[in-house]
Design a protein. Structure first.
Length: 310
């Protein structure tokens, strides 16, 4: 079995890899071979399609189990099973051979049903049997701010099709979005299946999400911490002004109401919590001279109580 037939080889993971191992491998390869980052590179595009298809199969525990047992192939198609005598002997059709069969011989309908089952055709029916298309599973990595504020992102499928995925405000990492009618085709005009898209949210350089709230470490100068003042603070909705209280210390936590995750789905907007982080920078001679002669009225020992053994 080569890499094209083995999704584990396509993603470069072991057969006993965890779901997190599979997720990491997919994200790494998808970023490396994404068509948007490799314009005009046919090989990269084909590689991206293969990686996406492998992830669709292995990220779904049910499909992964079916593949491992040989019930489906790498494309997710069912592997036909060989009919055996026991299959039919133990089935409803097999019971017709038992003592409970009344005399009178076999009808043409009975014979059609038996041989239809043996060859996986099933009994003939006069009514319409609806065959809804199967659901298809995909993964999409989105930016932190797109997940918080909402956005529309285009997803390239393994078969080359594209889907415009609307990411609602407040989408969380690991959440699955359903696009109705964008899955497998239904048979003979029956409804199409859905596309189920699992969202992976990339980490942000500054922000960290805590439910509906956003947390941020905000660098401040010595003068801003001691004297206070108004500073510009980044938020998911854009920069805003915030006042730092007089005599603030390193680690002081300030709150901006309603500046976290926007209101959505009946939930109120969250808050933004900014934790002050003092940045001294490179002291100039004037500051050095001041500190040499400065005698605080109320000295503070920041290491008081610190001992190797507690």
């Amino acid at each position: 079995m080569d890499a094209l037939d083995d999704p584990y080889k396509t993603l470069g993971v072991a057969r006993d890899a965890s779901q997190e191992d599979i997720r990491r491998a997919y994200r790494k390869l998808a970023k490396q071979h994404h068509p948007d980052l490799n314009p005009g590179n046919t090989a990269a595009e084909e590689r991206f399609k293969a990686v996406s298809a492998a992830n669709v199969l292995l990220s779904d525990p049910i499909k992964r189990g079916q593949f491992d047992r040989g019930e489906i192939d790498a494309a997710g198609q069912a592997q036909p099973a060989r009919p055996s005598y026991r299959d039919y002997a133990e089935s409803e059709h097999g019971r017709r051979y038992g003592p409970s069969r009344q005399a009178g011989g076999w009808s043409a309908e009975d014979i059609n049903d038996i041989f239809g089952a043996m060859f996986n055709e099933g009994p003939r029916t006069t009514g319409k049997h609806r065959m809804r298309g199967h659901d298809e599973h995909y993964s999409l990595t989105t930016d932190f701010l797109d997940a918080v504020n909402g956005a529309t992102r285009r997803l390239t499928l393994p078969d080359g099709r594209t889907l415009d995925v609307k990411i609602p405000p407040g989408t969380t990492d690991g959440q699955t979005l359903r696009l109705r009618g964008q899955g497998g085709k239904g048979a003979s005009g029956d409804p199409d299946g859905d596309a189920l898209i699992k969202i992976s949210v990339a980490p942000h350089r500054y922000f960290r999400r805590d439910g509906q709230d956003i947390r941020l470490e905000l660098p401040v100068t010595l003068a801003e911490a001691v004297l206070g003042g108004s500073v510009e603070v980044p938020t998911p909705g854009g920069p805003v002004r915030m006042r730092i209280p007089l005599h603030s210390d390193n680690g002081t936590e300030l709150r901006l109401r309603g500046r976290g995750v926007p209101a959505h789905g009946g939930r109120a907007a969250g808050d933004l919590y900014a934790t002050l982080r003092l940045v001294v920078g490179t002291p100039d001679p004037a500051l050095e001279e001041f500190l040499r002669t400065w005698k605080p009225e109320h000295p503070t020992d920041p290491r008081r109580g610190m001992e190797a053994r507690q």
